[in-house]
Design a protein around this ligand. Structure first.
Ligand SMILES: Nc1ncnc2c1ncn2[C@@H]1O[C@H](COP(=O)(O)OP(=O)(O)OP(=O)(O)O)[C@@H](O)[C@H]1O
Ligand SMILES: [Zn+2]
Length: 461
């Protein structure tokens, strides 16, 4: 099969992907902090890495890829949500409420990512199950002089790792100038970051050599990837917002604790889903959830298709127009492959995906496929047109050809009479039924949009 090339953030180049062990290709994606529903931006890395996972499984074999994605289930934001519930009178201890919140959020996450057609990773470690491994790694870092304990905290000594900043391409001094580094009395240097911190008696905490406390966020991924994938593995992925400081810190911790390993060889970062030029994020409040869209009747497959039309390395936004177009294409393809068994994927689709996951190119190649069996097999590499996800497309009423003809006819008559009111009235009625109306010299095109309701279509006289 074609060789896979990936843009490695570490080298800033597209490189041929060569796994350490072709019988066990290892991939780690930073997963969510489970305090709330995933917003649409959070779904982008999941969909992107799902396509990579499918491609790796095709090339190396289904059993030859290990994909790990963690759940961060210890975090101040989780504690805050549970505390708010307790204050609102919810029964149970804070610990029980925290547990209930993380369980509930993990359930939502699974349901939402399943709806997007993302395969579950092979392993989904929860941070709270790996506290012992984190403590062991922190002890190793202290023993090697890369970390120090002070006042119940343990800090990573950033200046002890000379390659710090290699991933994001910045010097430590630039980072100090640009970042919001917290100055604290327990730090030797403002750049040093927390590996372990004390917990109040009423917050979740674990006994450790430095007293009762809880881990910092960065050490979680270092410890879990070490336990499950080893000191060196193939690909580490996540959103570009995690490149600094999270991934820089992961590298520092892992390479200092296990210098024999070298940690991840290829770093893959997806660009952000944006809203009016800004990252969609919880903190900016400019977000909507995957569940919001699903609740509006937008199929998960349509959301997935919209993501895949933009290369993962480019910022993108969500628009109703993109969704309507994706839906129209998928309806057409689903009709073409109905009842057809998949054959083998087209070489052009494999080649596009192998070229740094050129999903837009792969979709263009899908458009050119004539044989439905090949279309179905090729689309499966993108997680599209799969049997379990097509119920939405079976809904009747999307044939708008009669309405398009009627509207074109009304327009022709209006040209002669100069009375455009009937055209405008029909357009308005179609839009109210969730139809996207495109009129040009070439003709009239109608597309069923995300909120399409056949029952609301205007009657044809
Ligand atoms: N707008 C976005 N576009 C693409 N990926 C994103 C976006 N926002 C977050 N991510 C990714 O989602 C994953 C989960 O991140 P995390 O749990 O830190 O999200 P969060 O705390 O809900 O995010 P935020 O506060 O940034 O909205 C990470 O891989 C992160 O890079
Ligand atoms: Zn991580």
């Amino acid at each position: 099969m074609t060789e896979i090339r990936l843009h490695n953030t570490l080298s800033r180049r597209k490189e041929v992907f060569e796994p350490i062990d072709a019988t066990n290709v290892r991939l780690y994606l930073c997963g969510p902090t489970v305090y709330d529903r995933a917003h649409l931006g959070n779904a982008r890395p999941v969909v992107v890495i799902d396509v990579l996972y499918r491609l790796l499984r095709l090339k190396y074999g289904v059993g030859a890829v290990t994909y790990v994605r963690n759940f961060t289930d210890v975090d101040d934001k989780i504690n805050a949500t549970a505390l708010a519930r307790k204050e609102a009178g919810a029964p149970g201890t804070l610990e029980e409420l925290i547990r209930a919140r993380t369980e509930e959020t993990i359930g939502w996450y699974h349901a939402d990512m399943d709806a997007l057609g993302a395969l579950r990773p092979d392993l989904e470690p929860r941070a709270t199950d790996f506290i012992g491994a984190m403590i062991a790694m922190i002890e190793e870092l202290i023993a090697k002089g890369h970390a120090y304990a002070k006042d119940g905290h343990v800090l990573f000594r950033v200046r002890s790792y000379t390659r710090y900043g290699a991933l994001s391409g910045r010097s430590v001094d630039d980072m100090i100038a640009g970042a919001r580094v917290e100055v604290a009395p327990f730090k030797e240097d403002p750049m040093d970051f927390v590996l372990w911190k004390p917990s109040d008696a009423d917050l979740p905490g674990w006994e450790s050599p430095w007293g009762r406390g809880r881990p910092g966020w960065h050490i979680e991924c270092s410890a879990m990837s070490y336990e499950l994938l080893g000191a060196s593995f193939d690909i580490h992925a996540g959103g570009i917002d995690l490149q600094f400081p999270h991934h820089e810190n992961e590298i520092a911790q892992s390479c200092c604790a296990h210098p024999e390993g070298g940690f991840a060889r290829y770093w893959l970062h997806n660009e952000m889903l944006q809203v009016e030029g800004k990252k969609m994020s919880k903190s900016l409040g400019n977000f909507f959830t995957v569940r919001d869209l699903l609740g509006q009747g937008i199929p998960g497959e349509v959301i997935r298709f919209v993501f895949l039309q933009t290369h993962y390395g480019k910022p993108m936004d969500w628009t109703a127009e993109k969704a309507a177009q994706a839906e129209a294409t998928l309806r057409k393809w689903r009709a073409a492959v109905a009842g057809v068994a998949a054959s083998a994927p087209a070489q052009a689709v494999i080649e596009a995906l192998s070229d740094d996951l050129n999903t837009a190119g792969a979709i263009a190649a899908l458009h050119a496929i004539k044989d439905p069996a090949e279309l179905k097999a090729s689309a499966a590499l993108l997680g599209l047109l799969e049997d379990g996800m097509g119920a939405w497309a079976a809904a009747p009423g999307a044939d708008l050809s009669a309405h398009a003809a009627a509207l074109a006819d009304l327009r022709a008559r209006a040209m002669a009479s100069k009375d455009f009111a009937p055209v405008d009235a029909m357009k308005a009625a179609l839009i109210a039924a969730g139809v996207e109306v495109r009129m040009s010299k070439a003709g009239v095109e109608l597309l069923a949009g995300p909120g399409f309701d056949a029952a609301k279509l205007p009657a044809l006289g």
